[in-house]
Design a protein around this ligand. Structure first.
Ligand code: CO8
Length: 258
């Protein structure tokens, strides 16, 4: 598929996906989300890709779902087409790690898209928010669910009910982002994190992603059992033998994803 609203570059085992609707601050419309879901699925299927980075522009990761596109829609239309349900589910099925590199605005669907990634690295200019309440609607792709799990009820209620923005410092304090870096270093630091992940065994990386995500779905005892069984299963892999032998022999492991 030729893309018009995103740019994809694959280099050194990392797929860098850049949202590219600069005139609309990367607002998410049907075309962008279809292209994004397609690019993510293709990255999942591409053996050369070991980690995915999703980013926007310096001014905006994404300023939300496209309000102009949504403004005239009826209930029947959004319900029947399950607005954004299919595309976001597709992105959620990607088993390779996805890092969001957020600079500037990550609002509404933009904040939700960042939260759909595995972790967020924020520039010191980042601003997060769920301002849908100002439009007479509410969050629809995780702003009341993933955000609440990430930062707790008090802040999630505050963000969703007042529509206020959270700066990078507060977002890190609250647990929404994993680290803050100076704006100029955002891509360098994020690509370095992606490169670190790309060096590991893809088997452990995918299992870790699956286990952490599982913690949001099941009770603790079930999650611990799932984790322990996955851990046990690693002993069937060549990469476990290689990783542990390399430690004992004081050398760098050569993982082969087997
Ligand atoms: N949709 C469409 N266009 C947008 C959006 C958007 N979300 N955000 C910005 N733009 C456009 C502006 O209209 C403007 O275009 P134009 O020049 O043609 O008028 C251009 O981008 C630049 O924006 P501004 O001039 O407003 O730039 P400022 O620097 O003055 O302000 C802000 C930046 C504060 C980010 C401001 O643009 C803003 O408030 N944007 C809207 C933020 C928002 O409300 N986001 C939530 C949208 S609703 C949503 O995300 C729902 C998600 C759930 C979907 C559920 C499906 C199941």
């Amino acid at each position: 598929m030729a893309y018009e609203t995103i740019i994809v570059e694959i280099e050194d085992h990392i797929a860098l996906v850049k949202l590219n609707r600069p005139d609309a601050l990367n607002a998410l419309n049907a075309q962008l989300l279809t292209e994004l879901a397609d690019a993510m699925t293709a990255a999942q299927a591409n053996d050369k890709v070991r980690c995915i980075v999703l980013t926007g522009s310096e001014k905006a990761f994404a300023a939300g779902a496209d309000i102009k596109m949504m403004s005239e829609k009826s209930y029947t239309e959004v319900f029947t087409e399950d607005l954004f349900g299919g595309e976001t589910a597709e992105i959620g099925r990607v088993r390779k790690p996805i890092i969001a590199a957020v600079s500037g605005y990550a609002l509404g669907g933009g904040c939700e898209l960042a939260m759909l990634c595995d972790f967020i690295i924020a520039s010191d200019t980042a601003k997060f928010g769920q301002p849908e309440v100002n439009l007479g609607v509410m969050a629809g792709i995780g702003g009341t669910q993933r955000l609440t799990r990430a930062i707790g009820k008090a802040k999630a209620m505050d963000m969703n009910l007042t529509g206020r923005f959270m700066d990078a410092e507060e977002a890190e304090r609250a647990g929404l982002v994993s680290r803050i870096v100076p704006a100029k270093k955002l891509m360098e630091e994020t690509m370095a994190a992606a490169a670190k992940i790309a060096e590991k065994s893809m088997i452990s990386v995918s299992a870790i992603k699956e286990a952490v995500n599982r913690s949001f779905e099941v009770p603790l005892a079930e999650g611990l059992l799932f984790e322990r069984r996955l851990f046990h299963s690693m002993f069937a892999t060549e990469d476990q033998k290689e990783g542990m032998a390399a430690f004992v022999e004081k050398r760098t492991p050569q993982f082969r994803d087997r």
